[in-house]
Ligand binder design. Structure first.
Ligand code: NAD
Length: 256
């Protein structure tokens, strides 16, 4: 399939999980992609697998100058920018509010929310020439689910992304840039390996008993490829009238 032939795409958090699956699908559909991630080793491996279709920049999205320069360089290598997937994120530290350090709070907010603003800010001057699509990866947490105890920073960052997406959708509509935000439920990626759940969380937990079918649809955890399908749809001409919308992709998990 060549549905995105000649489209120029930038994805953050592209070395693993949802970002990587999205990069692979865009490449399979003929796009040229610019990939941003902290993990240089994984980026190089993707570049080796996909060759000229993939351009890479290893950068920390909390580094404002580095991120600005990475977006500018990638857009220049791609010859412009049509589609942006703002996806880099961490769970960070899960602990009671009184135990959460200011540095831990800042780390999660800066990685997930501040970087969303920075990535969009860097892309707008380039995208406004021709319009395009921005998709931001938020979460069910902070939007429909508030029972992941200790996740106050993560949930706040994910709620902020939804508000930011709606502000951006209206502001950028005049440039024909659509902005949507996706809210995945549990997706099988590497995100849990980098989550710091402190034992103190036990002291604030209110037991929440889910029914046996806590993943109502087919009792399955989602996979990154399903989320990638949604990003491609929202970035396609078929979604030409969809902007400022959050889309849940959680098998109805967050409705319980
Ligand atoms: P993942 O850990 O598999 O991939 C995240 C990628 O982001 C990694 O390659 C990592 O190196 C990169 N990254 C992290 N911090 C970075 C930084 N400071 N600078 C540059 N790159 C950085 O996780 P994933 O599940 O694919 O997560 C992608 C997005 O999906 C995140 O925003 C996450 O909050 C969101 N999300 C995930 C789930 C889930 O269950 N997996 C659910 C809801 C939302």
């Amino acid at each position: 399939m060549q549905g995105f032939k000649h489209k120029r795409v930038i994805i953050t958090g592209a070395a693993s999980g949802i970002g990587r699956a999205t990069a692979e699908q865009f490449i399979q559909q003929g796009a040229q992609v610019g990939l941003i991630d902290l993990n240089e080793e994984e980026l190089v491996e993707i570049k080796q697998a996909f060759g000229d279709a993939a351009h890479i920049e290893a950068v920390d999205v909390t580094d404002s100058d580095g991120l600005q320069s990475a977006v500018t360089k990638l857009a220049s290598s791609l010859g412009g920018l049509d589609i942006l997937h703002v996806n880099a994120g961490i769970n960070g530290t899960f602990t009671p509010i009184e135990e959460l350090t200011i540095d831990e709070w800042d780390q999660t907010i800066n990685t997930n929310l501040r970087s969303t603003f920075l990535t969009v800010k860097a892309a707008v001057p380039i995208m406004k020439a021709n319009g395009g699509s921005i998709v931001i990866t938020s979460s069910v947490n902070g939007n429909r689910i508030f029972s992941n105890f200790g996740a106050s920073a993560y949930s706040t960052s994910k709620a902020g992304q939804v508000a930011f997406a709606k502000m951006a959708a209206l502001e950028l509509s005049g440039y024909n840039i659509r902005v949507n935000v996706i809210c995945p439920g549990a997706i099988a990626t590497n995100i849990d390996d980098r989550t710091d759940v402190e034992p103190e969380v036990a002291s604030i937990e209110i037991p929440v008993d889910y029914p046996e079918r806590s993943r109502p649809l087919r009792q399955e955890t989602g996979v990154p490829e399903q989320v990638a399908n949604l990003v491609l749809f929202l970035s396609s001409e078929a979604a030409g009238n969809i902007s400022g919308t959050e889309v849940y992709i959680d098998g109805a998990e967050s409705l319980l």
